[in-house]
Design a protein around this ligand. Structure first.
Ligand SMILES: Nc1ncnc2c1ncn2[C@@H]1O[C@H](COP(=O)(O)OP(=O)(O)OP(=O)(O)O)[C@@H](O)[C@H]1O
Ligand SMILES: [Mg+2]
Length: 255
């Protein structure tokens, strides 16, 4: 039994088939890349497996439990959490406050306790863990700055911090290095590796940037027109003729 297992997953929008009978199995501790041309159905796939959309057909199992059809908040509580292609932050709050809020949104402890700084034992624990996550991701110097004042790279790292605040076992990242310069990309690649290597978190990653995909992923799944076109080791995928024709030869790859 796989840690995360998708079987025959389809998502239709009216007559448009965004995902067509996708099978995908991810092992615990793996970093899996999902690539493919614009409109291939990658974000839709994330939206379905994380419970933001209901599948038209097919099933998703996580840790042996069927999660397809469950609400996104329930799936997050079970430990499968996604980030968004565009960062979803609270711009007028500090980095630390953003992480604390994210922690509460997925926990049964009261957000009001945090807002009114009620110094309960649970709140002290939340604060300590939030600070630990911020430090782990290299954001300690930004801890008291407002999210809106962060660089784009740091805003994306904060998005990851907010996902980690919910203590996921499966972290799904939608284009984590989009819009970043090369040094910001290198930082994000290092952090994703560290998240897996240190905390053993399984990572599912949608990304156009092939350098990032090649340096991070244990295995890659390629989607094209909503279907799985290929799957394999990074070196198999970049040498796969079908993949080169559908995607890697195209101009739309963000280098
Ligand atoms: N909510 C929706 N309603 C209708 N059609 C949608 C919806 N979401 C996605 N689609 C369509 O589904 C198809 C797949 O889109 P999706 O966003 O999943 O692609 P993608 O692989 O993430 O693309 P990109 O690389 O550009 O982010 C597209 O044709 C898109 O227009
Ligand atoms: Mg997308």
């Amino acid at each position: 039994m796989s840690f995360f297992s998708v079987k025959g997953l389809s998502k239709h929008f009216g007559g448009l088939v965004a995902n067509n009978s996708i099978d995908l199995d991810v092992e615990k501790g793996e970093i899996r890349g999902v690539i493919g041309p614009n409109g291939a159905g990658k974000t839709t796939f994330f939206n379905v497996v994380s419970g933001f959309y209901t599948p038209t057909s097919g099933t998703v199992e996580f840790k042996g439990k069927v999660i397809s059809g469950l609400h996104s908040s329930k799936i997050a509580k079970l430990g499968a959490v996604r980030t968004f292609q565009r960062a979803a932050l609270f711009p007028e709050f500090t980095v630390l406050e953003n992480v604390i809020i994210a922690r509460h949104l997925n926990a049964d402890t009261s957000l009001l306790n945090a807002i009114f700084r009620h110094n309960t034992k649970a709140e002290a624990g939340n604060l300590a863990r939030s600070k630990e996550i911020i430090e782990f991701l290299g954001l300690k110097d930004e801890q008291d700055n407002l999210a809106l004042n962060l660089s784009h790279g740091h805003q994306r790292v904060l998005g990851v911090a907010m996902a980690l605040a919910t203590e996921p076992e499966l972290l799904m990242l939608d284009e984590p290095v989009a819009g970043m310069n090369s040094s910001e990309k290198a930082v994000m690649v290092g952090l994703i590796k560290k998240i897996r290597d240190t905390w053993g978190i399984t990572v599912l990653l949608v990304e156009h940037d092939m350098k990032t995909v090649m340096s991070l992923c244990d295995k890659i799944t390629v989607l094209d027109f909503g279907e799985k076109l290929a799957e394999g080791l990074p070196e198999e995928i970049i040498n796969n003729d079908k993949v080169i024709e559908a995607y890697l030869g195209a101009d739309d790859i963000v280098a």
